[in-house]
Design a protein around this ligand. Sequence first.
Ligand SMILES: Cc1ncc(COP(=O)(O)O)c(C=O)c1O
Length: 395
Amino acid sequence: MEDPLLDWRNQFPILSDTTYLVSHSLGAMPRAARQALLDYADAWATRGVRAWAEGWWEMPLSVGDRLAPILGAPPRSIAMHQNVSVCQALILSCFDFAGRRNKIVYEALNFPSVMYVYEAHRALGARIVEVPSDDGITIPLERMLAAIDDETLLVPLSHVVFRSGYVQDVAEITRRAHAKGAFVVADLYQSAGSVPVDLSAWDVDFATGGSVKWLCGGPGAGYLYVAPRLQDQLKPRLTGWMAHEHPFAFEPGAIRYASGAARFLHGTPAVPALYAAQAGYDIVAEIGVARIRAKSVRQVGALVARARELGFEVRSPLDPAQRGGMLILDVPEAQSVARELIRRNILIDYRPGAGIRLSPHFYTSDEELEHALDQMRQILESGAHRQGSSRAIGF
Ligand SMILES: Cc1ncc(COP(=O)(O)O)c(C=O)c1O
């Protein structure tokens, strides 16, 4: 079958010799990211301190602007940070938990690092409400909606759940949250670049994510979106001189906040990561997330059908509309099977309580997916995963 997206393969060096099915963890590096890192080194080497005025200082906002269209966000609504955990902590630092409205409502399948940040705020009075999942795969929408009440302050949810690929209805949950006077924080890490996102249309208050996965942007380029209508009302306590109205006045004492997205910056940014991230954004934007999603729905659907024929347990939703770009399969001794697949140069990962996670991205061929499932079948039939030759490979 003709697949024009495969023309992008030669832009990703690792695809020439590796079956790369792990973009839900680390997207493949675009060739242009290497050049961007060389450009960074050249700017440092030849422009020295002048590089700050020639672009570096602006990068946490200018790179955010480059990402914004992929998220359906307007210009100057995104501040770049290191990772999601920092962005969540920055959002929390805008609020206090002394009053009645101090509940934090999120799904039990939320990403643990996000939970750690919220849980730590119990010490300041936050009440955490975890909405349970019956099957470890989905979280019933009605249950999420019912948990949001007049005492709810924040609803920090994953758009796509990392453990199963389940897609939550962010727009519907945001409507309910707003009706109750609560704010929504959407974690887009497992959706942006793979599943369409429209922050403006959904009227989300805050969003965060990183560039490591479907955006093929590498580590160190997390993003924080704050709805323009809220920006100038908030006073983050996690702050620093980049968030000051006049940073170069070096005024002592309390901060005078900048207006707009700059108010959500803190100290010196991770400039190399911001150079590296843009190549992936540009490719995703050029292809368009709608096309990426259409291909993903087709390929993941075919994977599900084949996996079921082979008797592997599918630990992701069966309805394609409820499923993001990754598929979780459970098989006996899944962790050892995952190790053996990696040893065979088929890159996937394993998560406890879930199983083997694998995903096509726009650059994946149908043959690679068939190869991966065929090797899984062969490993299980032959017992190769029990032979002790597969060393643990992390992440
Ligand atoms: C949904 C989700 N949120 C957050 C993270 C990572 O958080 P951080 O950027 O703080 O490492 C991941 C993945 O690793 C994730 O899947």
